[in-house]
Design a protein around this ligand. Structure first.
Ligand code: 3PG
Length: 403
């Protein structure tokens, strides 16, 4: 990636605008909110600490949720500022206004090493509209710009793209650099065999990424509800499982593309089925799936089965690079979580490069207590998928090229 990084900037005594992705879950406690999972905040610390240690004045900007251009109190970043204060063990100033006199005054009062967090950028409709007047006003608060918001790099918004036109230099932060190293460079020329595990609800969400990965992967293992659409396309009974019945041709097309690309596309050979999606429900393993024997009438698939677990574990065990995106079942319910956790465990035991590509599979790996056993876990959901699809991320493209 031929872009400037924060190391290339002279930041001492400068006001550094840093776009971070602090779009984190907030939990309501009485009349105030607490940060739930703070992974995204902790992952931004290397850049923030570097700037503080190098005498910069750090101006943090983020969005939280989708308040649609309105000031919505439950999406305020104020609790995130409080949480960051604890992590940094240094006060984090907070600006209730995003642009204008209030943040200008706060920033003018800051010394080297100080940090301010601006209120949720999406309280202003101009942020998502990538409005140039707003982008210029944001840029005017600082001297140089750093984008460390990998999770938002697929959005061309004022704070991720537009702003770069109004600052002399724009660089990536350490998190952005790390995400691109693993999801882009490492997976561009993966050590072989390269095995991809894809799960989640809908095949329609994953078409482009599956097609792109078929150019590189040796095997693609499919799980989660998206497997049902493949089953139905092959005439395997699915009971009352969730199926995208308008995507059957697409599923057949993907099977065909895999065949012509010499990629082994492995579907579950058995599943775990239940009659109702609730904790404590009865779950049973089907026999081997075929057009003659599938999910029973009135039952639905909620997880991969035990034979599939063994098959997938064997593939993972042989791989030198493994990418995982999307759970194998409804893992939020303990009875349906076995297959998802089996994948997490197999990845944790692998000697290869293990990359968890954002979203629910990250939660699963964390719940399994195996996060520190993975080579890399992405903080991006949509951004990591778009990158894996081979798309250019606007938030990266807009940064200053290295000479
Ligand atoms: C995310 O959580 O994926 C990012 O913060 C982007 O959020 P968005 O999908 O609302 O743009």
């Amino acid at each position: 990636m031929n872009k400037l990084t924060v190391r290339d900037l002279d930041v001492r005594e400068k006001r550094i605008l840093v776009r971070v992705d602090f779009n984190v879950p907030l939990q309501e406690h009485g009349d105030h909110f607490h940060v739930g999972d703070d992974t995204r905040i902790r992952e931004a610390l290397p850049t923030i600490n570097y700037l503080r240690e190098h005498g910069a004045k750090t101006i943090l900007m983020s969005h939280l949720g989708r308040p649609k251009g309105q000031r919505v109190e439950k999406y305020s970043l104020r609790p995130v500022g409080g949480h960051l204060h604890g992590l940094l063990d240094h006060p984090v100033l907070f600006s209730h206004d995003i642009i204008g006199e209030i943040p200008e005054k706060i920033i003018a009062s800051m010394g080297a090493g100080d940090v301010v967090l601006l209120e949720n950028l999406r309280f202003q409709p101009e942020e998502e509209a990538n409005d140039p007047v707003f982008a210029r006003a944001l840029a005017g608060l600082g001297d140089l710009y750093v984008n460390d918001a990998f999770g938002t790099a697929h959005r061309a918004h004022a704070s991720t793209a537009g702003i770069t036109k109004f600052v002399s230099k724009s660089a990536m932060g350490f998190l952005m650099e790390k995400e691109l190293k693993y999801l882009h460079e490492e997976l561009d020329r993966p050590a072989k065999p390269f095995v991809v595990i894809m799960g989640g609800a809908k095949v329609s969400d994953k078409i482009d990424v599956l097609k792109a990965l078929m150019k590189k992967a040796d095997a693609i293992l499919i799980g989660g509800a998206m497997a049902n659409t493949f089953f139905q396309a092959q005439g395997v009974p699915v009971g009352k499982s969730k199926v995208e019945s308008d995507k059957l041709d697409l599923a057949r097309d993907l099977v065909e593309t895999a065949r012509t690309s010499n990629v082994r596309l492995l579907l579950p050979v058995d599943v775990r089925e239940t009659q109702e999606i609730k904790a404590g429900a009865t779950v049973r393993n089907t026999t081997r799936l075929s057009p003659q024997s599938g999910v029973a009438d009135g039952w639905l698939a909620v997880d991969i089965g035990s034979a599939t677990e063994s098959l997938f574990q064997e593939e993972i065990g042989k791989a030198k690079t493994i990418l995982w995106n999307g759970p194998m079942g409804i893992f939020e319910i303990p009875e349906f979580s076995h297959g998802t956790f089996a994948i997490a465990k197999a990845m944790a035991e692998s000697d290869g490069v293990t990359v968890v590509g954002g979203g629910d599979s990250v939660t699963a790996v964390e719940q399994a207590g195996l996060a520190d056993k993975m080579t890399f876990i992405s903080t991006g959901g949509g951004a990591s998928l778009e990158l894996l699809e081979g798309k250019e991320l606007p938030g990266v493209a807009a940064l200053t090229d290295k000479d």
